[in-house]
Design a protein around this ligand. Structure first.
Ligand code: MLT
Length: 237
């Protein structure tokens, strides 16, 4: 029987032991939804970087750079962070350097584990099937917002934890996990209405970038599972 735990924000991640676990990084609005979309559309490799300076250096070396802070595209970047930008003609076969407000930090944090995979509602069933049949304990890392809890990542964590426990292969004594499951049960009957509470949707709305909300909450748009290998994200399967 495997265990499942949830770190509700990056600030909490240090309270968990990621060793010999599969860390599942989630940032629904919008980083992991964007990453899953890029792999759906054929990107070869995504290099996550923490700092703006690192992203600038890659840009100077001729890399395609996708970078935002507080939702807005950085001036030197080729693209901001809407999943709708990354059509096959833009990303197929490409290497993309990626830096966001929270998501890429969470990925680098998660790299303390042996295995880091990227999840969103867009690849939910693939992630579930991959974890369900495995022999590893799972730690879901919610990217959150600047170290704080956020509703959308926790709703996802609850959905995944609920499914894995119901599969019969997982158990938990983690209060964060049970809280996330309860949040999923509260939100899922009428997700559209519940999402009105989500702070990030209002931040994106102020920037005119909230056209992605429904897409980011759409299940199973890709079977891709991005995995962190040698500092880059590649397609596991
Ligand atoms: C994040 O990294 O928290 C998000 O991706 C930020 C955004 O895209 O607005």
């Amino acid at each position: 029987m495997n265990t499942i735990e949830v770190a509700l924000s990056q600030s909490e991640f240090g309270c968990f032991d990621p060793k010999s676990k599969i860390v599942v990084v989630v940032d629904i609005l919008r980083a992991t939804s964007v990453i899953c979309t890029m792999f759906k559309n054929g990107v070869s490799e995504i290099i996550p970087v923490r700092s703006i300076d690192e992203a600038k250096t890659y840009k100077q070396k001729g890399f395609m750079v996708v970078a935002e802070r507080n939702g807005q595209k950085l001036d030197f970047a080729d693209f901001g962070n809407s999943p709708f930008y990354f059509t096959p003609d833009k990303v197929s076969g490409k290497t993309v350097v990626y830096s966001t407000t929270n998501g890429t930090n969470a990925i680098m944090e998660g790299s303390k584990a042996d295995t880091v995979i990227i999840a969103s509602f867009l690849n939910f069933s693939s992630i579930f099937e991959f974890l369900k049949g495995g022999q590893s304990d799972v730690l879901i890392l919610c990217a959150g917002w600047k170290g704080k809890f956020c509703l959308e990542d926790t709703i996802f964590a609850g959905a995944l934890a609920y499914s894995l426990i119901n599969s019969g292969n997982f158990t938990t004594i983690c209060d964060s996990t049970n809280a996330a499951i309860d949040l999923w049960k509260v939100a899922s009957p009428d997700m559209h209405t519940y999402l009105e509470k989500v702070a990030q949707r209002h931040r994106l709305k102020k920037l005119g970038l909230d056209d992605v909300i429904d897409y980011c909450f759409t299940m199973d748009q890709t079977t891709a599972i991005p995995v962190l290998k040698g500092g880059s994200l590649i397609r596991l399967c």
